[in-house]
Design a protein around this ligand. Sequence first.
Ligand SMILES: C[S@@+](CC[C@H](N)C(=O)[O-])C[C@H]1O[C@@H](n2cnc3c(N)ncnc32)[C@H](O)[C@@H]1O
Length: 270
Amino acid sequence: MKVLELLNLHPKVSKREKHLLLAHILQVTPSDLYLMEDYEVPFNEVERYISMLSRLEEGYPLQYLLGEWEFYGRTFKVEEGVLIPRPETELLVEKILTTVNKDRPLKGFEIGVGTGCISVTLLLEIPSLVMYADDVNPKALQLAYQNACMHQVQDRLYLMEGSLFEPVRGMRFHLVVSNPPYIPEGMWDSLPTTVKWEGKTSLIGGPKGYEFYEKIASEIHHFLEEDGMFFLEIGHDQGSVVRDIFEEKGFRVEVFKDLAGQDRVVVGWM
Ligand SMILES: C[S@@+](CC[C@H](N)C(=O)[O-])C[C@H]1O[C@@H](n2cnc3c(N)ncnc32)[C@H](O)[C@@H]1O
């Protein structure tokens, strides 16, 4: 079959997804495909493409089929059960990069490293930084290690299996960052099928959704240097509740909105 014929299959799947998938299989860029419309695709590739298209139609995420996704202009490996890096999370990284003093040695900690997209990006952008990062999901830790190796920052990233602050008891950091699970449990059933492949551990924060912020607020003072700061991604409607949680514990916080005008990042300090 020809490229154009393949791109016209499965009308329910978006053109963009089909372009990304076929380009990935043929190892060309999506825009190359416009010049290859009459190219006769070898049988094996046709078979692979058609079976992946069926999976897409069933709601399997494109990113997992590709095995990689972009974050902050770089490629990260992704795998089923580990959160796919989101564009909103780039704002969290941006806030850190524009806030911290990058010219001095810095020690950071990330709760819930996932693919490692946040920690690895920070390490690439801040050469004086060393990051510690944990996750309760061993698959995420393996993936984060692979991504750290791919971007050659594995010597400055210490990955630990464990919950919240448990693996770093007794340590203090200049920055603590987290994009914790923040969706309320009751919303699981109504989430799109594609999102569910990322797993409850990645997404569900607890009955209220904002339980992780409560847990972080109750402990974080033990783990921050005197001038330390924390940077948290939040759900679009969690700005005021998360502000209250931290202010009640005596922290100063600022809430920032994303490009869509939704609450997205909380920056705080003691
Ligand atoms: C929303 S994902 C964020 C992943 C990644 N940091 C990102 O921004 O793409 C939340 C991550 O927290 C992890 N997690 C869930 N509960 C945790 C806990 N109690 N302690 C540490 N990590 C946890 C999940 O496994 C998941 O990788």
